[in-house]
Design a protein around this ligand. Structure first.
Ligand code: G3P
Length: 347
């Protein structure tokens, strides 16, 4: 009897699986409806004075032009619509939405993205650019797509992130008792806490008034954001910890992607890829001007005890593997990969 039941169940399962397969095939064969524009919202937190905002404007305009208005990506900056973790969630849930955020938010879905952009990992932009081309990272990109996040770029670089405060910070000890604003990414919160301060997660739009009101003692951000948003008006000291490389990725749902023809996908993929390279080149060229301007605005830069901060953030990497689901041994592997890249770039 048990055997008959098992046979019946196997048969029923086979029919169900065959049914699913047929459905998938039908879905894959469904043609995108090109009779009307595909409207997609693109969201980030940057201001019109910052390069990322300008780059997104360029990329979305070029896509609209090259697809003759069919792919209409509407650009929202300054956190006007869902950003940070919430922006990524829109994508993961399949909305017609492009989220432009730090790769650490992808870590909520594929935890290995946290060590990829972990503290003190990179010394130059090129190290990171080479790192994201490695099979290790390309594999992570595939895993993200399986989780509903298609990655169109990871390299909209906007400079190394430092501590912007109103006193000289050289060691983790100097940060004791200080509250610093960070974006609400777990990686950022854990890192700033490990570095010795108390991290306060807050959208950038509220940050400068929070510093003025002394709700927080400062923030962590890049030279370019410092200049673009005029953070220098409220923070006069920059401790050059370079604890993160400021970079954004571009994320879209595979469901939205399937609404484009192969030709449209090619245009969108190429334009976002080109836009990242273009932005990084602009940022590299603009570094000296930005630095000089910040000095003119009265900002004082100081070097820090990098060894002490490196030691302090070790536990962030341990936690990623022990408590946050990152692959065992991934941090060591990534550090070794970056060390190899660093050596090859120095040749
Ligand atoms: O995800 C974007 C993030 O990296 C931007 O940081 O400090 O401008 O909010 P922030």
């Amino acid at each position: 009897m048990k055997k008959v039941l098992a046979m019946l169940l196997t048969g029923a399962l086979a029919v169900a699986v065959a049914g699913c397969g047929g459905g998938d095939k039908k879905q894959a064969a469904a043609k995108p409806d090109t009779s009307k524009p595909l409207v997609i919202k693109l969201s980030h937190v940057f201001q019109p004075s910052e390069q990322l905002w300008k780059s997104m404007q360029l990329v979305t305009d070029r896509i609209r032009e090259k697809t003759k208005g069919r792919i209409d990506i509407q650009h929202f900056g300054q956190g006007q619509i869902a950003t940070y973790k919430d922006g990524l969630e829109q994508v993961a849930q399949g909305a017609d939405f492009i989220s432009v955020e730090d790769p650490s938010y992808v870590g909520d879905y594929v935890p290995d993205f946290r060590p990829l952009v972990g503290p003190m990992m990179y010394e130059s932009y090129d190290e990171y650019i080479k790192m994201i081309e490695t099979p290790l990272v390309q594999d992570m990109i595939k895993k993200a797509e399986e989780k509903g996040i298609k990655i169109l770029a990871l390299d909209y670089i906007f400079g190394f992130r430092n501590l912007e405060v109103n006193k000289v910070i050289k060691t983790p000890e100097d940060l004791k008792g200080m509250k610093l604003r960070v974006p609400g990414s777990k990686l950022f919160i854990d890192t700033i806490n490990a570095m010795g301060a108390t991290a306060t997660g807050m959208p950038y739009s509220e940050t400068l008034s929070a510093v003025s009101a002394k709700t927080v003692d400062g923030l962590e951000g890049s030279e370019f954001s410092n200049d673009g948003t005029k953070a220098y008006e409220v923070c006069k000291n920059v401790a050059t910890t370079k604890h993160f490389l400021g970079t954004c990725g571009v994320y879209i749902s595979p469901k939205t992607w399937a609404k484009m023809t192969p030709e449209e996908q090619k245009i969108v993929a190429e334009e976002f890829k080109f836009g990242g390279k273009e932005m990084t080149e602009i940022i590299k060229k603009d570094y000296d001007r930005t630095y000089k301007h910040l000095l003119e605005m009265g900002v004082k830069f100081n070097d820090v005890d990098h060894a002490a901060f490196n030691k302090a953030v070790e536990k962030v990497y341990i936690d990623m593997e022990e408590k946050q689901g990152a692959t065992k041994g991934i941090s060591k592997k990534m550090h070794e990969e970056v060390a190899k890249i660093r050596a090859s770039l120095k040749k």
